[in-house]
Design a binder for this molecule. Structure first.
Ligand code: F6P
Length: 322
């Protein structure tokens, strides 16, 4: 049997652990694995090569993805998917492991349903917003990176008695923002799924803290929040309240770096298990985590509403900042 593996969409720490898991589990079962470069683009371009166990030496602890990644807009076109499927069939690649987020899984679901290619997904995105799994590769690492950065900002914020707005990633998701806010004791958090994700609600919260005698504050802002992101919110605060505040945008720092133990372990587990299930004939599925256990879901689950931040986290940030 011959399988392909690709990483697609935004890279996330733990993807290399998953690639290593796929290649070495396949090796143990006598299955060949082709590493496809740059996600679906590499599939269309037949940009692949045989990966052996030794090709995965010393990648477990490395961030990013050795296969490179891309957001392939062309994959939305049915003709392009047909071209990719034909390329896989011509090479004798019967199954495909796709490591990525929601867009990557949608692409895999279409490849499976339209062309009968066996597809198994491994959740890889720092956003942790996929329906059907409590965890995605990279979230834990990105969260710890953000918390470490904000701990440093906290030192200078309290020394200067300043307000800082810190923007974390999450174009459509507040998962990273709310978890970061709890973990670093932020005074407020703005994120897209919050009912009160408004400038006015933020000002009320900040004012309450100022009245309690707080001299410095950290506000965590999700990239995709409804108030317009950290820069827009800071402009308004400066104008309305004449504050000497500062903005820090953590950006892609959160996407890089050595994966946490948790991301390495889940990458390895999902990598091994995806190969076993593809070899057993499973089709159009992805693996996830539910109540701490490894679970299998249909790829079509990706069309359900995205995973939202736990209810009550926004309120907890407010209570804990008293
Ligand atoms: O999907 C993961 C993510 O990191 C989002 O949180 C962020 O909005 C986006 O990718 C950034 O993408 P790019 O790498 O294209 O700037």
């Amino acid at each position: 049997m011959r399988l392909g593996v690709l990483s697609s969409g935004g890279d996330s720490p733990g993807m290399n652990a998953a690639i290593r898991g796929v290649v070495r589990q396949a090796d143990a079962l006598g299955i060949e694995v082709y590493g496809i470069r740059r996600g679906y683009q590499g599939l269309v371009d037949r940009d692949w090569r045989l990966l052996r166990s030794r090709d995965c030496a010393n990648i477990l602890q490395r961030g990013g993805t050795i296969l490179h990644t891309a957001r392939c807009q062309a994959w939305m076109e049915p003709e392009v998917r047909a071209q990719g499927a034909a390329a896989l069939k011509a090479e004798g690649i019967e199954g495909l492991v796709v490591i990525g987020g929601d867009g990557s899984f949608r692409g895999a679901d279409r490849l499976a349903t339209e062309h009968g290619i066996r597809c198994g997904g491994i959740p890889g995105t720092i956003d942790n917003d996929l329906p059907g799994t409590e965890l995605t590769l990279g979230f834990d690492t990105a969260l710890n990176t953000a918390v470490e950065a904000i701990d440093r900002i906290r030192d200078t914020a309290s020394s200067h008695e300043r307000l800082f707005l810190v923007e974390v990633m999450g174009r459509h998701s507040g998962m990273l923002a709310v978890h970061t806010a709890i973990a670093c004791g932020a005074e407020a958090v703005l994120y897209p799924e919050a009912a009160d994700d408004t400038y006015e609600a933020l000002v009320t919260q900040l004012r309450a803290n100022w009245e309690r005698g707080k001299k410095s504050s950290i506000v965590v802002v999700a990239e995709g929040d409804q108030a317009g992101g950290a820069v827009a919110v800071s402009d308004r605060l400066r104008r309305d309240h004449q504050l000497d505040l500062r903005v820090a945008i953590l950006g892609h720092i959160q996407r890089g770096g050595s994966p946490s133990a948790q991301d390495r372990i889940w990458g390895s587990r999902w990598g091994c298990e995806t190969v076993k299930r593809l070899a057993a004939g499973e089709q159009a599925f992805f693996l996830g985590c539910h109540q701490g256990q490894l679970v299998q879901r249909p790829l079509s689950t990706v069309n359900d509403p995205p995973l939202a931040p736990p209810s009550g986290f926004g309120e907890m940030v407010r209570v804990l900042s008293r």
